[in-house]
Design a protein around this ligand. Structure first.
Ligand SMILES: C[S@@+](CC[C@H](N)C(=O)[O-])C[C@H]1O[C@@H](n2cnc3c(N)ncnc32)[C@H](O)[C@@H]1O
Length: 218
C-alpha cells in the first residue's frame, strides 16, 4: 500500500501494523488497556447501536465496544491496511455482528445504511486539514439524524506549554499534522458541518479527549 500522505503517521504499515497493539501497550507502560476501557465506557453505547469505526485498526476497540452491544447491535470497521484487516477478522471471527471493510475514510463513499455512531480513535489528527474536513463530512453523511460522531484523540493544547513527560514523546512520535490538530477549535469546526450538543471527557491530565458531537437537523 502506497502512502497517500507521506508526512502522516496514521497510515501504518509493516512491522508497526503487525504488532500495533503490543507496541501501544509497551509505549504506554501497560496503561493503555485501562485508558481505552474507560474511554469506550464513556461513549454511552446502547445495546442495539449500529456503529461505524473509522480507521478501525486491529479490532481491539471493536471488541470493547461489542461488550456493550446485544446481538441487535452492529459494528462495521472501515480500514485500508490489509495487516490491520487480517487482525480485525481474526479477533472477531466468532462474532457475526462485527465486520470490516477495505474502505478509505478520506474520500467520499456511500454505505448501504445509516449509523447511530461513528467512532474515530487516534486517526483524525494524522491528516492535512482539508482531509480532516472530508472525514468529518463522511461521518456526517453516514450518521442517522441525532447520531453521534465520537472522536477519541489528542485534546486541544499548546504543545510547548505541555509538561515534559508528555511533550517529549509527543514531539518524537507525532507527525506535523498532529501539531496543527491540537491547536484547532474542533467544536467550532464541527459546528460548521452541522454537529452540536457537544460532550467531552478528558484523559491523561487533559492531553487526550473523547469528544461527542451530535448530528443536528440542518
Ligand atoms: C493510529 S491507528 C489507530 C487504530 C485504531 N483506531 C485504534 O485506536 O487502535 C490508525 C489507523 O487508521 C488506519 N487508516 C489510516 N488512513 C486511513 C484511511 N485513509 N482510511 C481508513 N483507515 C485509515 C490505519 O491503517 C490504522 O489502522
Amino acid at each position: 500500500m502506497n502512502k497517500l500522505y507521506p508526512d502522516s503517521k496514521v497510515e501504518i504499515q509493516g512491522f508497526t501494523a503487525k504488532f500495533y497493539d503490543n507496541m501501544i501497550n509497551l509505549l504506554s507502560f501497560g496503561s493503555y488497556t485501562r485508558f481505552i476501557n474507560n474511554a469506550i465506557n464513556s461513549m454511552n453505547i446502547t445495546s442495539n447501536d449500529k456503529i461505524l469505526d473509522f480507521g478501525a485498526g486491529t479490532g481491539r476497540n471493536a471488541l470493547l465496544m461489542n461488550n456493550c452491544l446485544s446481538e441487535e447491535g452492529e459494528i462495521l470497521g472501515l480500514e485500508i491496511s490489509e495487516l490491520m484487516i487480517a487482525q480485525f477478522k481474526y479477533k472477531t471471527k466468532t462474532l457475526n455482528n462485527l465486520d470490516i471493510k477495505n474502505q478509505r475514510i478520506d474520500q467520499p463513499f456511500e454505505l448501504e445504511k445509516k449509523y447511530d455512531k461513528v467512532f474515530i480513535s487516534f486517526v483524525l489528527h494524522g491528516f492535512p486539514f482539508d482531509v480532516q474536513k472530508q472525514i468529518i463530512q463522511n461521518a456526517y453523511n453516514a450518521l442517522k439524524k441525532d447520531g453521534e460522531f465520537i472522536i477519541l484523540d489528542f485534546n486541544e493544547f499548546i504543545t510547548d506549554k505541555t509538561p515534559l513527560y508528555f511533550r517529549i514523546p509527543f514531539k518524537i512520535v507525532e507527525c506535523k499534522y498532529a501539531f496543527e490538530y491540537v491547536e484547532r477549535d474542533w467544536k467550532q469546526i464541527l459546528s460548521e458541518f452541522g454537529f452540536g450538543d457537544f460532550q467531552e471527557k478528558s484523559f491523561l491530565k487533559k492531553h487526550l479527549r473523547l469528544l461527542k458531537a451530535k448530528k443536528l437537523n440542518k
